[in-house]
Design a protein around this ligand. Sequence first.
Ligand SMILES: *Cc1c(COP(=O)(O)O)cnc(C)c1O
Length: 419
Amino acid sequence: MTSPVWHPFTQHGLGEPIPQIVSASGAWLTGADGTRLFDGISSWWVITHGHCEPRIAAAIAAQAGTLDQMIFAGYTHPQAEMVAQALVEMTPPGLDHVFFSDSGSTAVEVALKMALGHWHNRGEARHRILVLEHSYHGDTIGTMSVGARGVFNRAYEPLLFAVDTVPFPEPGREQATLDALERLCRAPEKPAAFIVEPLVLGAGGMLVYPAAILRDMREICAQHDVLFIADEVMTGWGRTGTMLACEQAHVVPDILCLAKGLTGGAVPLAATLASAAIFESHRSKDRSRMFFHSSSFTANPLCCAAANANIAIWREEDVPARVAALGAALDDGLATLAGHRALRNARRIGAIAAIDLHVPDAGYLSDVAPTLRALALADGLLLRPLGNTIYLMPPYCATCAEIMRVFATIGNAIETVGR
Ligand SMILES: *Cc1c(COP(=O)(O)O)cnc(C)c1O
């Protein structure tokens, strides 16, 4: 019997198996047939501490019997107030206002609309958005517009709005990035905002760049009064070693996008934080200047309860120390792959390790990634390489022994594919 389910980023015509997962705990998923799979990518970058984290699960269960869902336009509830207060306290000073939504894409859409609304309400015609090459910010029309163009969005390209792209700061070519940004900021048609993934471009291939460049890019935007939007949907909640990647560069953005790990990854919640200036440009006695955005599940109480439980973990436990220990294990694992002639660019930041496999014709649509994925799956490891980039992004509860075993699996898979 075939399933009616249409899966995301899946070519059903290939008839590849779609394993069914029935439960999860810590860093492990369990299949319908009892097989255990190590979650090497934190269930697509969302799970932080581990699956079914007891405090988060308990908070959701308790909230489910108290207040399930309510309109958030003109009404509020204690869980949302607590999350917002904590986010203002935990993020760099200056981000004083919190707008809730329900996914990374909507957090970014909200950020873009806030930036455009800011200039519109101030009577300045500024609509251009600057982006970094190889970026990914989501799969809706707006977020695809500010992301890299490619096979993923070719069919929709006529509807995507035009942006100006700053080259990625390749090692040794960082100055070209800064010069291009400066030039675009000075253009007669002044840009509204520059949006970036701080320190790591995730879907672009786990491309890492130095904190100093992030800092310089932020400075250039400040000098030219171009809003700086930090998309920390993937990098937030410890993934790069600190709560936010921006902290490592001492950067305070004008707008900050959070999602994925905000609830520990258990349920969907997103937040877009904004500076007082952006909030104030919308605040007025004039109703036509309000921020025109909502979605049905804005600040859903169950999701806010999960976020509060996650925040309590952050406040009471040393999460960065856990990420640092995991990072050391990932370094040891990467070291076991050193010397393999088909591997290049081993890199690691926080709880993310990546390496590029150099085999002929290894584009996103080639067979390399699915072959690696299948080899890993057969050995109890959930991996999802990005083209020829193999990366690991495990939940923070993963042990050294588990990481070493995972690297043995990866090593064997590379032997098979890269010979
Ligand atoms: C995943 C991701 C998004 C989109 O988040 P969704 O919750 O999948 O909509 C946006 N930006 C970045 C940097 C991401 O990694």
